[in-house]
Design a protein around this ligand. Structure first.
Ligand SMILES: O=C(O)[C@@H](O)[C@H](O)[C@H](O)CO
Ligand SMILES: [Mg+2]
Length: 412
């Protein structure tokens, strides 16, 4: 016999597991859904975008298909192929259990933990899309409902338009005025002179002053209209990062990102605690277990997990809740197609502490053509009430931009 909350009120009531699930099935059926669904297949295809975006589709015996996306990485489609037998026959609504199941199965096989988590993330997102469609609710409802109808998006302008002498400032102005963003990011590790490689380098004060100039030009030009972050791509030593961050304290910057390499959280913490310049990091850290240390150690001011890499939608929700116990905002890193961008937006809508979600592909004319819906407008994403992620893949555009040798998905 199974005890449940009804037995607290009616001690004589007894329900078996079968009766309980029949009850739940009845509720779902009334909503037009139904719990009696099994996974039949999982397919992937890769798009030649800013990165090789890996789209994932989960097929079911109810004819309902869920779409997700994994962050790029070597071997991700192969890993997803290896996970498919662990999913076939399972109920796609058991998202948390299936997530754990895959993590357990795949680590048992000795795969590289990081990329395996990336592959699981793509599946986890597709399960949310699928569950939303089965239950006929938008994905944010599976995560606790909405804090906000619109999610703020910041535009990663990379290194600016390199044909312009003051390229960052000119591009900042263009993106604010023509594209309607009020939140931007620029690279601050653009190679110049001897700074050729992206490693953890010691910076001379001359090099630091060059970076200060970039920050000054951009914030002078758009600082009254836009928040601007600067990304260092984990390039500097702790000592140089501290000196740079201290120098930037007088400028109105949103955050300084990844000044030091991601492996050593103690160095990250040292930099963050040494300066009033807000420090963000997190895009290279996996699962709540990795992110927990950044939070607990207060090693960052702003946490920047990448949803289709860190473990998916529920994992990001859990990480956001951990961060919230330290009043720490979440600025989701995102370099994905519209699929994982929309997954990030649903989570950003459902968590209390979302600051903004990144958009990395403003120079790629066909990014939005991958789906039938409009995604980003005037620097924000409106969360739709359509079931699941609320997106329909445009298979013609997918096929046009597939990495060579990839196969198109089966029709739903
Ligand atoms: O925060 C960002 O968008 C960057 O760190 C990108 O992920 C990086 O340039 C990819 O190699
Ligand atoms: Mg970054």
């Amino acid at each position: 016999m199974v005890r449940d909350y009804r037995q607290l009120h009616d001690p004589n009531a007894e329900y078996t597991m079968r009766e309980l699930s029949a009850d739940t099935m009845g509720l779902a059926a009334k909503r037009g859904g139904g719990r009696d669904v099994s996974i039949t297949d999982v397919q992937t295809t890769m798009i030649d975008g800013n990165f090789p975006w890996t789209l994932v589709r989960i097929y079911t015996d109810a004819g309902i298909v869920g779409t997700g996306e994994a962050y790029w990485g070597a071997g991700v489609p192969e890993l997803i192929d290896r996970m498919t037998p662990f999913l076939v026959g399972e109920n796609p609504l058991d998202i948390d259990r299936l997530y754990e199941h895959l993590i357990q199965k795949m680590s048992g096989e000795g795969s590289i933990a990081g990329v395996t988590v990336t592959a699981v993330s793509g599946i986890e997102i597709a399960l949310h899309d699928l569950a939303g469609k089965i239950l006929d609710v938008p994905a944010y409802q599976l995560l606790g409902g909405k804090y906000r109808d619109e999610v703020r998006v910041y535009c990663d302008c990379h290194a600016g338009d390199e044909s312009e002498p003051d390229s960052n400032a000119a591009e900042a102005e263009r993106v604010v005025e023509e594209l309607g963003y009020d939140a931007l990011k620029f690279d601050l590790d653009v190679p110049s002179g001897e700074e050729k490689d992206r490693a953890n380098r010691h910076l001379s004060d001359r090099e630091i002053e060059h970076k200060v100039e970039i920050v000054e030009e951009v914030t002078d030009r758009v600082g009254d209209r836009a928040d601007v972050a600067f990304d260092c791509h984990w390039s500097f030593t702790g000592g140089s990062a501290k000196r740079l961050a201290a120098r930037l304290e007088e400028y109105p910057i949103w955050w300084l990102e990844d000044p030091v390499p991601p492996e050593n959280h103690d160095v990250q913490r040292e930099v963050t605690q040494h300066t009033s310049t807000p420090i963000a990091a997190g895009e290279n850290v996996y699962r709540k277990h990795g992110q927990r240390r950044l939070v607990d150690q207060q090693a960052v001011d702003i946490l920047a997990p990448d949803l289709p890499k860190v473990g998916g939608m529920r994992e990001t929700r859990k990480i956001a809740d951990l961060a919230d116990t330290y009043y720490m905002p979440i600025a989701m890193h995102n370099v994905s197609s519209p699929v994982a961008t929309m997954a990030s937006a649903h989570v950003a809508s459902a968590i209390p502490n979302s600051l903004a979600v990144e958009f990395h592909s403003y120079q790629l004319g066909w990014w939005e053509d991958l789906v039938e819906e409009s995604v980003i407008e005037e620097g924000s994403i409106e969360i739709s009430e359509a079931p699941g992620l609320g997106l329909t893949l445009d298979l013609d555009t997918v096929s046009e931009h597939m990495v060579s040798g990839e196969e198109l998905f089966d029709e739903a």
